[in-house]
Design a binder for this molecule. Structure first.
Ligand SMILES: Nc1ncnc2c1ncn2[C@@H]1O[C@H](COP(=O)(O)OP(=O)(O)O)[C@@H](O)[C@H]1O
Ligand SMILES: CC(C)(COP(=O)(O)O)[C@@H](O)C(=O)NCCC(=O)O
Ligand SMILES: [K+]
Length: 263
């Protein structure tokens, strides 16, 4: 049995095939494509991939993108399944006012983070940071309750907004500096500190709420750009979304088996 996990963000689709659908399953192959190249998946990256028997995906890029991906999945005999955030699943309680309106990627990352906390036997709250097209900073307490989180623009969106809204800010990428003395460095540092500042702020909120310094897990295509300037202890976790998808799929299968045996 092999399992395909798919994470579709607003910039790229990330996929991974595992040798099973339980937390800790072995990663067999993985890849990422920009959304413009989804139409090539079945002909290229997936053409040599052994057929997976099951898949689960998280999509925040809209229904049109989801349909384009489902067309590519037709190269295999498999039912596409997509995560819809609920109020309670795989050990996480969703504290959003309207649980289904939480981004599926955020929900999956929270589930992945919770399963990591439990697997490591930690008695800690957890801060879940994703740095992609947008940045999200989500708080999980000691019991696996999702308390709430921040959404802010990612680096690219911040820069494009400033370029578009002004006459004098079209400059090359700069360096992160404490006291920037040119426009390029001022913009790059401003964006970087906006993101790290928000993360540090949420870290403080969670510490104040729970009294315990949280485990901070950071993922996403641009996490490596943020990490050097982040003044709190943290870990970069590449496959956090895949961990979450594995945990949710394992949970779903247990539930389906229970329904089947009671029918
Ligand atoms: N190969 C790369 N080199 C530099 N930056 C990258 C690369 N891939 C992704 N990024 C950065 O990561 C962001 C996309 O990350 P990703 O996690 O794929 O986002 P999303 O989940 O929103 O699609 C881009 O906006 C870019 O800033
Ligand atoms: C916040 C997001 C845009 C992040 O998207 P990403 O950067 O991963 O492409 C996405 O999680 C989303 O569309 N969320 C729905 C709204 C919410 O979570 O409240
Ligand atoms: K994402």
């Amino acid at each position: 049995m092999s399992f395909l996990a798919i994470d579709i963000g607003n910039t790229r689709l990330k996929w991974a095939r595992f040798d099973g659908a339980q937390p800790g399953a072995t990663l067999l192959e993985h890849g990422a494509v920009f959304l413009e190249h989804i139409e090539d998946l079945a002909e290229r990256e997936w053409s040599t991939l052994p057929a997976p028997q099951q898949m689960l995906g998280a999509n925040v890029a809209g229904d049109a993108v989801r349909r384009r991906v489902e067309e590519q999945l037709e190269c295999w005999d498999l039912a596409p399944r997509w995560v819809v955030p609920s109020s309670h699943e795989a050990g996480v309680h969703n504290g959003y006012d309207h649980p289904t309106r939480l981004g599926a990627d955020r929900w999956v990352a929270l589930v992945g983070a919770r399963s990591q906390v439990l697997r490591r036997g930690l008695q800690k709250p957890c801060l879940v940071v994703m740095v992609g097209t947008a940045v999200t900073v989500d708080a999980l307490d000691l019991e696996g309750n999702f308390l709430g989180g921040l959404i802010l623009p990612g680096h690219g969106i911040m820069l494009r907004a400033l370029e578009g809204g002004t006459a004098g800010l079209r400059v090359p990428t700069g360096e992160v500096r404490e006291f920037p003395t040119n426009t390029s460095d001022a913009l790059t540092s401003g964006g970087n500190y906006a993101i790290t500042g928000a993360i540090e702020r949420m870290h403080r909120h969670l510490l104040q709420r729970t009294g315990i310094p949280p485990l901070t897990l950071m993922t996403g295509g641009a996490a490596w750009k943020v990490a050097p300037a982040l003044d709190i202890e943290h870990e970069l976790v590449d496959g956090l979304l895949f961990d979450g998808l594995l945990a949710l799929e394992a949970d779903n299968q247990t539930r389906r088996a229970a329904t089947a045996s009671s029918a």
